[in-house]
Write a protein of this length. Structure first.
Length: 250
């Protein structure tokens, strides 16, 4: 996948990993569109990034997904790279006071169902491009759950499974490439509640994505994610203990 000359949509692009990915792509000469729910944060991001299009959009709402897809079709007909980065998480223990079902529904809507919906709506547009790709951002907890973010971990495991199926199907029917970006704990505001200051900088995740895009490396296991992935095959209990002892989950 080329890393310059693309038209790129990044959901959840106003901060953290999404912002750094946008910065890296703009630096390589791509046209970048970022979305987010908070208009003020989008304005602040635009002030940092310079040449970027911002769209206020709540990816958790079906009507917003439909409107976003329609706007891409009408205003950005050259769209050829979609990065599904928007996320929602609750940190809590699974006990009788957890209210887990409600929290899981909210997380699953943003982290899973919205990705399926947006991808499906954008596939016709992506299919018309000479080269196109989808990047789904999952996590280290797609492989091993973090007990302090239990249902968030579920959503990333589901998205990992979906990404594998989507990659296979599109490889049989189109030229659209499907990547999965799997960060470990990252030092962002999003992960602050679970010890994010111990994590890697978001720029490292953006750099890993850029390298993998250029090499067509479809599963991008960043930093500790690769170590946990390898450990999981040799010692599943050890992998679980390592993730949850080090709090390396985001």
């Amino acid at each position: 996948m080329r890393t310059s000359g693309n038209t790129v949509l990044i959901t959840g692009g106003s901060a953290g990993i999404g912002l750094e990915i946008a910065r890296a792509l703009i630096g390589q000469g791509n046209e970048v569109i970022i979305t987010g729910r908070n208009e003020e944060r989008l304005k602040q991001a635009a002030g940092q990034l310079g040449k970027v299009t911002t769209i206020v959009n709540d990816i958790a709402k079906a009507e917003d997904i439909q409107a976003l897809a329609q706007r891409m079709e009408q205003e950005f007909p050259a769209l050829n790279l979609v990065i599904n980065n928007a996320g929602h998480a609750y940190a809590y223990p699974l006990n009788d006071k957890a209210d887990a079902a409600r929290k899981a529904k909210a997380e699953m809507q943003t982290n899973y169902f919205s990705v399926l919906d947006l991808n499906e709506r954008l596939l016709p547009l992506l299919s018309r491009q000479p080269e196109a790709a989808i990047v789904n951002v999952t996590s280290i907890v797609a492989f091993v759950p973090g007990v302090n973010i239990p249902t968030y971990s579920d959503t990333k495991a589901a998205l990992h499974s979906y990404t594998q199926s989507l990659r296979f199907t599109l490889s049989q029917t189109s030229a659209i490439k499907v990547f999965e970006l799997m960060p470990p704990l990252v030092n962002t505001e999003f992960s602050k509640e679970i010890g994010g200051e111990q994590g890697i900088p978001p720029q490292a995740v953006a750099d890993a994505l850029m390298t993998a895009l250029a090499a067509d490396e479809y599963e991008i296991r960043v930093g500790a994610t690769e170590q946990i992935y390898q450990l999981l095959h040799a010692d599943p209990q050890g992998a679980f203990a390592a993730v949850n002892a080090s709090r390396a989950n985001a």
